[in-house]
Design a binder for this molecule. Structure first.
Ligand code: AGP
Length: 617
């Protein structure tokens, strides 16, 4: 999740663009860049690291040097990057140019068909200067350009497949920027004699509060006088701008009250981008980026997953999927335990370290230990250039973008999605699943982003009602079986870490072996009872609990009325393959913890005693 901003107007725009980027740094900041057009020439500066480095590189000072006067350019593009394709280097930072540096673009998102487009363009003689998928767009516009920038962008837009938004500038058009949107956010800021394009409103809110939303599949041509919106076919689209009333704090959070709530809403995008170009066909998973020897994958004896906290829970879901689909034994361990138990591990084992930050000390140590003992080590992380990427033989990136809220949400669902990709890919390498079943599951995976959106749109009011009823509780119990258990563990962790209410998650079948003693009328019990081959077992545990007078709130798959009959209150989630249910079933639990904490007036973004990244032993 990167940040893009563009300006065309009457004012010199270097500082406007850089200040706009500053407001978008919550979207990612491993590198940044700016391109300014003046006198028919595009001048571009890019820098690795956070925005301060770009400020120095463009002469806006802060390293003690006197600031350099802003160039006269009144049109430009700028970008802050969260790398997904291509390492964190200056060459891979945006803006990207075409072969003659006449077209420059900035892009947020993923181009799914970048490999085949790059091949075709190379065949036509185009020369690429970066490893990114984004650079494709500049060359496609160059290929289609014959004097009309909007039409060249429209043609390029037609060639692209993916999840993105981009803005383009051409040296021959000093008064025009053209931008396009496919899923990723894009908005226009309408000023007096000036217009902005950006991935989010905070980029221009200090300059204008007049915003025009760009919808999916639309192209917008902006000049100092305003914006013209057209659809992919070229038909004009009428759209009214609206006045934005956010204060500074809300602006920093993209209009949300908290980062956690914003990140909960970013989960459809996080999963869409994480699976995007890894499902190139309807019956094939492509994880060639892992660079794991297929022969090793076919013959490996076992998979061991090590992680901490929420990442551990994502691993637990992954275990069920990998064992079910690939029939490879999967061992799970909490990294801080694994590293001190002198584990038995060998060269025909694959050890997967899951860590969103890529910097968690216990997980890194567990990965290093496994590597020292000869195992192949793979890292699943959200941060390019993090230590985990250096401590592993293979790396798979989730693409959730920067997560600021301490309580992990979008990184959890993107880790679970990545685990599903690994399970299916290993199954394919080992011919463990019939092709039709693989195709079925790939179709289901592709539907997950919309199922997540559907859940977020449908459950919140019911969740808030439960939060209102239970916010003063002294204990929450979560019960589940099979893939429902890691969802419970994650729900209980969220409740503990942001609402500070003691909470426990238990395998429902274990209740009668002790924990049932905890129950009375005042105990809220949250039961993950999504449809699965063992739903009957879960429902008999629900009856056990209700017989002790406890209130049961169940998470159920739509179309399973018997769960509602057995529970006091039911929150329904959309149907998917039963092994994929955790990715939607966790959402009401994230929201429950969130609303209980908010109703208790707590700081959900920075809970007490917690850090986002635990680098201490
Ligand atoms: C989750 O909400 C917590 N922030 C915490 O448990 C976290 O998952 C754990 O510290 C692991 O972090 P990592 O994924 O960056 O390694």
């Amino acid at each position: 999740m990167c940040g893009i901003v563009g300006y065309v107007g009457k004012r010199p725009c270097r500082d406007l663009l850089i200040n706009g980027l500053q407001k978008l740094e919550y979207r990612g900041y491993d590198s940044a860049g700016i391109s300014l057009l003046a006198d028919g020439e595009i001048d571009s500066v890019r820098a690795v690291g956070n925005l301060a480095n770009l400020r120095v590189a463009v002469g806006m000072g802060t390293n003690g040097d006197a600031p350099v006067a802003a160039p006269s350019a009144t049109i430009g593009l700028a970008h802050t990057r969260w790398a997904t394709h291509g390492r964190v280097t200056e060459e891979n930072a945006h803006p990207h140019g075409d072969c003659s540096d006449e077209v420059h673009i900035v892009l947020n998102g993923i181009i799914e068909n970048h490999a085949e487009l790059r091949q075709d363009l190379r065949g036509d003689g185009h020369v690429f200067s970066s490893e990114t998928d984004a650079e494709i767009v500049a060359h496609l516009i160059e290929k289609h350009y014959s004097g009309d920038l909007t039409e060249a962008v429209r043609s390029a837009f037609g060639d692209l497949r993916g999840h993105y938004a981009f803005a383009a500038m051409h040296a021959a058009h000093p008064d025009t920027l053209v931008a396009a949107r496919q899923e990723c956010p894009l908005v226009v800021g309408m000023g007096d004699d000036e217009t902005f394009v950006a991935s989010a409103i905070p980029a221009f809110l200090a300059e204008t509060r007049n915003a025009l939303a760009i919808e999916n599949g639309e192209i917008v041509t902006v000049t100092p006088d305003g914006a013209t919106v057209t659809d992919a076919a070229g038909a004009s689209v009428a759209r009214k701008s609206e006045e934005i009333l956010w204060d500074e704090d809300a602006a920093e959070k993209g209009g949300y009250a908290t980062f956690m709530r914003k990140e909960i809403d970013e989960q459809p995008d996080a999963v869409a981008e994480t699976i995007a170009d890894r499902l190139p066909d309807k019956d094939r998973v492509d994880l060639s980026e892992l660079e794991l020897d297929p022969e090793f994958v076919r013959s490996m004896r076992r998979i061991v997953i090590v992680a901490c906290g929420t990442s551990y829970h994502a691993g637990l879901v992954g275990r069920y999927a990998i064992e079910q689909w690939a029939r490879v034994p999967v061992e799970m361990d909490i990294a801080s335990e694994y590293r001190y138990r002198d584990p038995v591990v060998s060269s025909d084992d694959l050890v997967i370290g899951i860590t969103q930050s890529g910097e968690t000390a216990d997980t890194l140590a567990a990965m290093r230990l496994a590597r020292e003992k000869g195992a192949k080590v793979m890292a699943l992380t959200n941060v390019m250039g993090s230590q985990a990427t250096r401590d592993a033989d293979a790396v798979l990136f989730t693409r959730a973008g920067l997560e600021i809220g301490v309580a992990a949400t979008k990184t959890f669902v993107s880790q679970v999605a990545a685990m599903y990709l690994v399970g299916l890919w290993v199954a394919q390498q080992r011919d463990a699943l019939p092709a039709e079943r693989v195709a079925e599951l790939i179709a289901e995976l592709r539907n997950l982003p919309s199922k997540i959106q559907e859940t977020l749109d449908s459950v919140e009011e019911r969740v808030k009602a439960v939060a209102r009823a239970e916010k003063d509780g002294t204990f929450f119990l979560y019960l589940g079986r099979n893939v429902g258990l890691p969802v419970c563990l994650e729900g209980a962790l969220k409740m503990k870490e942001i609402s500070y209410i003691p909470s426990d998650a238990y395998a429902a079948g274990e209740m009668k072996h002790g924990p049932i003693a905890l129950l009375d009328e005042s105990t809220p019990v949250v039961c993950v009872a999504t449809d699965s081959p063992i739903l009957d077992k879960v429902l008999s545990n629900v009856e056990e609990v209700r017989a002790r007078g406890a209130d049961v709130v169940s998470i159920a798959t739509e179309g399973t009325p018997r769960v509602a009959e057995a529970s006091d209150l039911t929150i329904e989630v959309p149907r998917t393959d039963w092994l994929l249910q955790p990715i939607v079933a966790v959402l009401p639990l994230q929201l429950l913890a969130y609303h209980v904490a908010r109703m208790r007036g707590l700081n959900v973004d920075q809970p007490r005693n917690l850090a986002k990244t635990v680098t201490v032993e």
